[in-house]
Design a binder for this molecule. Structure first.
Ligand code: KMH
Ligand code: ZN
Length: 273
C-alpha cells in the first residue's frame, strides 16, 4: 500500500464562523491553517475563496492571494475549488483554474445539495476539464454519487480526461450517495485500477469512512468544509481532524505521505501531459 495522503478541506463555501469559530476565511488565515495542517501530517489542502464577511467567492484575485499566502509558508499541494457555492455560474466557478494551481476539483455531475441543486451538466464538466488541461491543472474528480464516476470515465473515452485520474468520493451530502461502508466499497471498485481515490465523509460519517479508506489503501479528506465537529457537541479545528487521522493511520500501520510523496503517488508531474 502507498502512504496515506491526507487532504484537508479548510473552509468550503457553506460553513460559517458562527457555526465554528475555528473556520479560516481570509487568505492569511487559510495559509496559517494550511501550515499547521502540513505540520500535523496533511499533504494537500482543498480551498474555497471567501470575502471578508465570509461570503463565498470564486474571484480570481481572492484565489491569487490565497495561493501566494499558502505558498509563502508551506509546500503543501493546493487544490482550488471549482465547485464554489450552489447557484454560481460556470464562468464564476472556473476563475481560479486560470491561476494554474497544481490541482482543482472537478465535480462529476449534478446533485441535489440539501434544498439546492449543485448544477454540473455535461457541457460544464467538459468545459472545466478542457480548461484544466489547457492550464496544466490536475483535476480531482469529485464524485457525489456513483454516476459521477461514469461521467468522468465517459470523458476519458472522449479523450478529454486522461487516466490515471484521482477521485474524491464525497459521501453523505443530502441528495448524494449515502455514507455507508458498502457504498464506499462500491465506489472504490468502480474506478479503473490505476486510479487513486480519497473519501470525504460528511459530518459524522467522516471518521468511520476515513478508517475504512486507511485500511483499503485509499486516501482521506477531512476538514471543516465537510465536518465541523470533532466528536458529538465538540467543535473541531482543521488541525485536530488531521491529527486524529495521523494517529489512526499510525495505529493501523499506514504511514502518512508528505507533500513530495503525495505528488509522486498522484503522479502530478505526469498527469495532464
Ligand atoms: N460547495 C459545494 C456546492 C468543490 O469544491 O468542488 C461544492 C463543492 C465542491 O464544495
Ligand atoms: Zn469544496
Amino acid at each position: 500500500m502507498e502512504k496515506l495522503i491526507i487532504t484537508v478541506a479548510l473552509d468550503g463555501a457553506e460553513v460559517t464562523r458562527a457555526q465554528n469559530p475555528h473556520l479560516p476565511v481570509m487568505p492569511a488565515e487559510l495559509a496559517g491553517a494550511a501550515a499547521r495542517c502540513r505540520a500535523a501530517g496533511a499533504a494537500m489542502v482543498h480551498v474555497h475563496g471567501r470575502l471578508p464577511d465570509g461570503t463565498p467567492t470564486q474571484d480570481q484575485a481572492v484565489y491569487a492571494e490565497i495561493l501566494s499566502a499558502v505558498r509563502a509558508v508551506t509546500d503543501i499541494i493546493v487544490q482550488v475549488s471549482t465547485g464554489g457555492a450552489v447557484g454560481m455560474s460556470a464562468e464564476e466557478r472556473i476563475q481560479p483554474v486560470l491561476l494554474q494551481p497544481e490541482m482543482a476539483s472537478l465535480t462529476g455531475g449534478t446533485v441535489n445539495f440539501g434544498q439546492g441543486v449543485f448544477w454540473n451538466p455535461p457541457d460544464l464538466i467538459e468545459h472545466f476539464a478542457r480548461t484544466m488541461a489547457e492550464q496544466g491543472v490536475v483535476p480531482e474528480i469529485e464524485a457525489f454519487d456513483l454516476g459521477h464516476i461514469e461521467n468522468a470515465l465517459a470523458l476519458v473515452r472522449k479523450g478529454i480526461l486522461k487516466l490515471p485520474l484521482h477521485f474524491d468520493f464525497v459521501m453523505g451530502v443530502p441528495g448524494g450517495i449515502a455514507p455507508t461502508i458498502r457504498n464506499l466499497l462500491h465506489m472504490a471498485e468502480s474506478i479503473p485500477a490505476e486510479c487513486t481515490w480519497s473519501v470525504a465523509g460528511i459530518g459524522r460519517a467522516q471518521l468511520p469512512l476515513a478508517n475504512v479508506a486507511i485500511l483499503l489503501g485509499g486516501h482521506v479528506r477531512v476538514g471543516l468544509e465537510d465536518n465541523i465537529y470533532y466528536t458529538r457537541g465538540v467543535l473541531a479545528s482543521n488541525e485536530m481532524l488531521v491529527e486524529r487521522i495521523v494517529r489512526l493511520a499510525a495505529e493501523l500501520g499506514r504511514p502518512v505521505a508528505a507533500p513530495a510523496e503525495a505528488r509522486r503517488i498522484l503522479r502530478l508531474a505526469d498527469r495532464n501531459m
